[in-house]
Design a protein around this ligand. Structure first.
Ligand code: BTN
Length: 320
């Protein structure tokens, strides 16, 4: 990602014009370079107005994600050292696994479209271009693999809070890996791990979020998008969502590393949508009906089955 794009973007103002000469002098480059870079930002979706004798100003950020804004955010991140951005790719999860050997750092893979998006239990994940956000986070904690249950709980809270803060909605967490809005799924994530002798080498957490309306989603009656819920795409600012998302991931990942689940348990329970409901649970191939009772200090879900037994569940497929 060009540094010049980032630098120009940081100088462009929403309220005031700045002249091409002023930008050129500040950044020590030619006015032609400024002009070319502005054209390229416009192609990325930035609405930049240029008025003779006044200069440039930023009218609107792009409707969808901007790789430049994302790369600025990653530059400020205390967690991720790099973002790999694709307009299209088979799967960000696949790319993330491929890149594991290239660096020991934490990084992110982001795509506008996936042609072979993959969900939990190897299900297909619909990923049409520029209608959702498709992200794989690669994190490198040096901790036992058994901690991964706690990771899912912290991360689900981070995603849910980010959606609420950015879009003014009230999402709910459907244990273990789904985020719901108005009884429909808006986001799913899957957590995969590379480990050695029981110690995590990398967590590869793939997150798919439905942002804009898309006809292909009509065939999945249990799915929805932010646009479907808030009724218009006008107020959707994907770059602002990414800012909230990166902040919350950093906060909750650090809390995951340093705190027990008990410290976020009440917050998590407030966001959970499964308590008190009749659930169809499929665990290691067998299905049973049960009612969710509680989540214990270790992050295990406690349910009451139809025979009156209390069962503790680590991971399962759950239907409401
Ligand atoms: C699920 O609900 O089953 C989890 C869906 C996870 C989808 C995301 S999109 C980004 C990343 N790349 C993939 O191929 N899958 C995950």
């Amino acid at each position: 990602m060009s540094n010049l794009k980032k630098e120009i973007l940081s100088l462009l103002d929403r309220e005031q014009f700045i002249s091409g000469q002023n930008i050129a002098d500040t950044l020590g480059v030619s006015r032609t370079a400024i002009w070319k870079t502005i054209q390229s930002l416009k192609e990325e979706g930035y609405s930049i107005e240029s008025v003779t004798s006044k200069g440039y100003h930023l009218k609107n950020p792009p409707k969808y994600l901007s790789p430049t804004a994302l790369s600025v955010l990653i530059g400020q991140s205390g967690l991720f050292s790099n973002v790999e951005y694709f307009t299209t790719t088979p799967s960000t999860q696949k790319e993330a696994f491929r890149m594991l050997s290239e660096t020991k750092d934490s990084f992110m893979v982001v795509a506008e479209e996936q042609t072979q998006g993959r969900g939990r239990f190897d299900r297909h994940w619909d990923s049409p271009g520029k209608t959702g956000i498709y992200i794989s986070l690669v994190l490198r904690p040096n901790i036992p693999i058994t901690e991964i249950i706690r990771f899912n709980l912290f991360i689900s809270l981070a995603i849910s809070k980010s959606l609420d803060e950015a879009f003014g909605v009230d999402t709910g967490i459907k244990w273990p890996n789904d985020i719901y809005l108005d009884d429909k799924k808006i986001c799913g994530f899957l957590t995969e791990v590379v480990s050695e002798s029981g110690v995590i080498n990398a967590i590869i957490c793939g997150i798919g979020i439905n942002i804009f309306k898309d006809d292909s989603r009509l065939k999945i009656p249990t799915a929805t998008s932010i646009e479907d819920i808030i009724g218009s795409s006008e107020k959707i600012d994907v770059d602002s969502f990414m800012e909230r998302f990166l902040d919350n991931i950093e906060i909750y990942y650090n809390r995951f590393l340093n705190e027990p689940f008990s410290l976020i348990r009440e917050d998590w329970k407030e966001k959970s949508i499964i308590f008190g409901k009749e659930l169809r649970i499929t665990e290691t191939g067998s299905m049973f009906m049960a009612r969710a009772l509680d989540i214990n200090e270790d992050g295990f879900l406690e349910v009451l089955d139809e025979e009156g037994n209390i069962r503790k569940i680590i991971s399962a497929d759950i239907e409401l």
